[in-house]
Design a protein around this ligand. Structure first.
Ligand code: HEM
Length: 331
């Protein structure tokens, strides 16, 4: 599932942000995929230079050198796309017709006055959107599908809801998602048990002295918010290790959008994930379509079909053993 979901997610983000589609086999598609992979690898890597300042300058692991090289490649790649958009806007200004829709790059180029972004800032914003928006969606869907294959009763219940709302032969659309509360609870429960970004933004800086839970956090402290620990805390969640989407229907509903710190898989406050609405819309729709059309079962054991829920923390929290499963067409 991993490679399929990753390719789909990258394609989706590229279409949304850049209004561009990339054939994964094309030169540009391969380049993009490589840059995203390298970025994740570098961010997740333990760098001795972060702990021992002397080693930072020696750069024995070559981390700084690789970062510099990646920044250069990103600048060229994203800079070229911005330039293409500029030319397109110019042509439209000169009265030429354009078939391209307005995308996020056009929005950034349209900012004026104090809001106007410099070229390096624009590249940074665009790159971060691609970079943060690709893996997270694919990783979350891989966890959801692992749970669907493991808990066939939950999968069947979600499908029954889909059949009741869309009909067994209909086609699921965005508009149907609002009428699929059980499916939404499945995604919520997966975000609770397997948050793709368990350490919110990795680090936050205390800008003044603060007291948290009776402990003094002095100004200048770097702190990490461990969302995974909160979401698995028995003092916060009943039977926290059980995968039970019903908990969001039986008890008080909890928003995942950052208003309730018991479950904030997209963070909260000023640095909350700006892609959360897009992420949820995508995951809900894709999950609904996958469950509506196919019955998902584990692959044969010798094809790697044993679902193993072991976790691996890189930049995101992903499945240690990639999920292998089989879609059986329903008709
Ligand atoms: C299931 C999918 C996703 C999850 C779980 C997720 C989670 C997160 C988390 C936990 C943060 C840090 C928030 C904080 O520290 O308070 C974050 C930041 C961010 N996310 Fe997402 N995200 C997802 C999808 C997306 C998508 C689809 C996009 C863009 C299209 C995106 C763009 C960003 C950006 C740009 C930031 C950095 C914001 C900043 O530093 O101010 N994310 N995300």
């Amino acid at each position: 599932m991993r490679s399929v979901l990753h390719a789909a997610s990258l394609d989706h983000v590229m279409a949304t942000v850049f209004g561009a589609r990339y054939d994964p086999a094309s030169r540009e598609g391969v380049e993009l995929e490589e840059m995203v992979k390298e970025g994740y690898h570098l961010l997740g890597m333990f760098n001795w230079g972060d702990r021992l300042p002397l080693l930072k300058w020696l750069d024995l692991q070559g981390v700084r050198m690789r970062c510099r090289s990646l920044v250069g490649r990103v600048n060229v790649f994203v800079g070229k796309i911005i330039e293409e958009h500029r030319q397109n806007i110019k042509r439209i200004g000169e009265g030429e017709e354009s078939s391209a829709g307005r995308d996020f790059v056009d929005v950034l180029l349209g900012l004026e006055g104090e809001e106007k972004l410099s070229e390096p800032d624009m590249i940074a914003v665009l790159w971060e959107t691609i970079f943060r928006g690709t893996d997270t969606v694919a990783i979350l869907l891989e966890w959801v599908m692992a749970r669907m294959v493991l808990h066939r009763d939950i999968q069947a219940k979600a499908r029954a809801e889909l059949d009741a709302v869309v009909g067994p032969r209909g086609t699921v659309s965005d508009a149907d998602v609002a009428r699929l509360p059980y499916l939404q609870s499945i995604v919520k429960e997966t975000l609770r048990v397997h948050p793709p970004g368990p350490l919110l933004s990795w680090a936050r800086l205390a800008v003044h002295d603060a007291v948290v839970g009776g402990h003094l956090v002095p100004k200048g402290t770097t702190a990490m918010v461990n969302m995974w620990a909160i979401a698995h805390d028995p003092a916060v969640w009943a039977d926290p290790d059980a995968f039970r989407p019903e908990r969001f229907q039986e008890e008080e509903d909890v928003s995942v959008m950052g208003g309730d710190l018991r479950l904030a898989p997209f963070g909260a406050g000023r640095r909350v994930c700006p892609g959360k609405t897009l992420a949820l819309a995508t995951v809900h729709l894709w999950l609904a379509q996958m469950l509506h059309r196919f019955d998902w079962v584990p692959a044969a054991a010798d094809d790697g079909g044993v679902v193993d829920l072991a976790e691996r923390l890189n930049m995101s929290l992903e499945m240690e053993k990639p999920l292998v499963c089989v879609p059986r067409p329903r008709c």
